[in-house]
Design a protein around this ligand. Structure first.
Ligand code: NAP
Length: 353
């Protein structure tokens, strides 16, 4: 599909096939033709990092069978021109190499042909063409592919760092919004609850929160199972003051356990789970006047809004915007500043470098 210059849009609306007038994120279908229009960057894609909520859904639907997950991803991309999970509505990000820079961007973006980058915008709005899905790593949600993707003028990306393995950087950059937002939301002396504390975003959230609240505040982590390497790391490195082992979908049990640790409730609850149904528990654990940062893509607006109303809780609920200024740098620096975290992520995600 050729697009006239006058139609080129910095947000990529010129790539929307249907419905007319939509922006790429909400579109049903994008044109992923691998050419760079004047205001676009074309990349060769080698790896996708599938969003945790999306990957959990794919694993369940495909019975943990890598070839079936691969086929489901290939089908979605074929049908939609982007990796936009039709069930969870979430995406992920890619790692690739810059192949072409459109004429109007040349010289104005800090990129050159051949640069290796990670995208910092969701795959739900990124035109993606796949020649082949090479393999799916069930443990890490990483998918090796051969394909191409388009970055719009408005997109964010980061050059892959030299000092951190690509696969580790990719894992951390996927959730870079979490530590950056926590840096803004947390203050000295506060009590913070992180639900899903031993996952990719949860660990970064705990480390960042503990650094912000200091000795006069408390950070409590919730995990469904205490016997994970992440849970042990949280305690060993004192990224948390207490661990609560509980299924966060059981709101009353969670609230009871958390209030044993934080009798007045949390000033800030950070929800980092990859499953649905944890909104009521998050709300009950927050003190009146407190805040909830719903980073999880499994969050339901209606469950959160109606849940808070029904529980008569005066809490401020924040949608987990994945973007914050310098978020990539903050996430990578979190690894550099916390060698045990770097070691942990390397053990989990470093194999595919
Ligand atoms: P992850 O590494 O898979 O971590 C998920 C965490 O949730 C794990 O600690 C897991 O514990 C915990 N968990 C699962 N079921 C639970 C339950 N019933 N009760 C309590 N905890 C439970 O996921 P992630 O990569 O950190 O991503 C977390 C969420 O953020 C996902 O929903 C993802 O889609 C979303 N996300 C949002 C953005 C954004 O921009 N807002 C960007 C990227 C990702 P176990 O490991 O012990 O099972």
């Amino acid at each position: 599909m050729m697009v006239e210059k006058s139609r080129l849009c910095r947000y990529g609306s010129h790539r929307v096939i249907e419905p007319a007038g939509a922006l790429p994120q909400s579109a049903l279908r994008l044109d992923a033709t691998p050419v760079a229009y004047d205001n676009e960057i074309l990349c060769d894609v080698e790896m996708l990092n599938i969003d945790a909520a999306s990957f959990a859904q794919l694993r369940e639907a495909c019975a943990d069978d890598p070839p079936r997950v691969a086929e489901a991803i290939a089908r979605t991309v074929r049908e939609r021109g982007k990796q936009h999970n039709p069930v969870t509505g979430s995406g992920g990000m890619f790692v690739g190499t810059v192949r072409e820079i459109g004429a109007t961007l040349r010289g104005s973006v800090a990129l050159e042909i051949g640069d290796r980058i990670a995208s910092l915008v969701s795959l739900t709005l990124t035109p993606l063409h796949l020649d082949e899905v090479l393999d799916v790593d069930i443990a890490s949600a990483r998918v090796r592919v051969r394909g191409s993707a388009i970055l719009f003028e408005s997109a964010s990306w980061v050059k892959l760092p030299d000092d951190i393995a690509d696969s580790v950087a990719l894992a951390v950059l996927d959730v870079a919004g979490a530590p950056a937002q926590i840096r803004r939301l947390c203050h000295a002396g506060q009590n913070v609850l992180v639900i899903g504390a031993d996952g990719k975003s949860g660990l970064l959230a705990c480390a960042e929160a503990k650094a912000r609240v200091g000795a006069s505040g408390r950070v409590v982590g919730v995990v469904p199972n205490a016997e994970t390497s992440g849970a042990r790391l949280l305690l060993a490195q004192r990224y948390i003051d207490a661990l609560v082992v509980c299924d966060a979908r059981n709101a009353l049990a969670l609230s009871a356990r958390v209030h044993e640790q934080l009798p007045d409730g949390a000033d800030l609850v950070v929800n980092c789970v990859n499953v649905a149904g944890t909104e009521p528990g998050s709300i009950l654990c927050t003190k009146d006047g407190g805040q909830i940062y719903f980073f999880s893509m499994s969050t339901s607006f209606t469950a959160a809004a109606l849940g808070a109303e029904g529980l008569a809780k005066d809490v401020t609920m924040i949608v987990g915007n994945g973007f914050a200024p310098n978020h990539a740098q903050i996430a990578l620096d979190a690894l550099r500043n916390h060698p045990p975290l770097l070691e942990h992520y390397t053990n989990l995600y470093g194999r595919a470098s």
